[in-house]
Write a protein that binds this ligand. Sequence first.
Ligand SMILES: Cc1cc2nc3c(=O)[nH]c(=O)nc-3n(C[C@H](O)[C@H](O)[C@H](O)COP(=O)(O)O)c2cc1C
Length: 153
Amino acid sequence: MSCFPYCAVGRVIKGFGRGSKELGIPTANYPEDVVERLPQEIQGGVYYGWANVDNGTVFKMVMSIGNNPYYKNEKRSMETHIIHKFEEDFYGSTLKTVMLGFIRPMKNFSSLDELVTEIHADIAHAKEKLELPENLAHKDNKFFDESDKKLSF
Ligand SMILES: Cc1cc2nc3c(=O)[nH]c(=O)nc-3n(C[C@H](O)[C@H](O)[C@H](O)COP(=O)(O)O)c2cc1C
């Protein structure tokens, strides 16, 4: 049985801030309670889907779930890279994501360059997958329109 689509919602918190500085790939981090609610089936790895911020435009996204072996983080995180150029940070905003599929497991890399190259490949892969009719359909998932009041967080 598939656990997709998997919908998550939460406020964007500060990560370690390496995403945009070191990698040039900004990511929005979910708080711990959102990470803890993940079903068993969704373990570490890279996933693709759709996302919006404060009920705005829905964009394609890639999500990294795990301990970021390259950085040896102790806590598991759920980091979303929205495939869109935002002019400003949106810490404190509400991030909704609809995860639709798995791309690959988390890996360790021997250099930052390799990590960045792999993430770019993930983004290309996600863009392609999300054009499939069954995935494109979720861009209009009702979850993205629901007002925050109806959500339990
Ligand atoms: C699509 C995507 C794939 C990623 N894959 C890996 C991975 O395979 N291994 C890894 O150590 N980190 C991976 N990362 C996580 C980066 O290491 C992470 O975004 C970086 O540590 C920045 O985190 P920060 O915002 O908390 O500073 C990935 C991130 C994204 C967005």
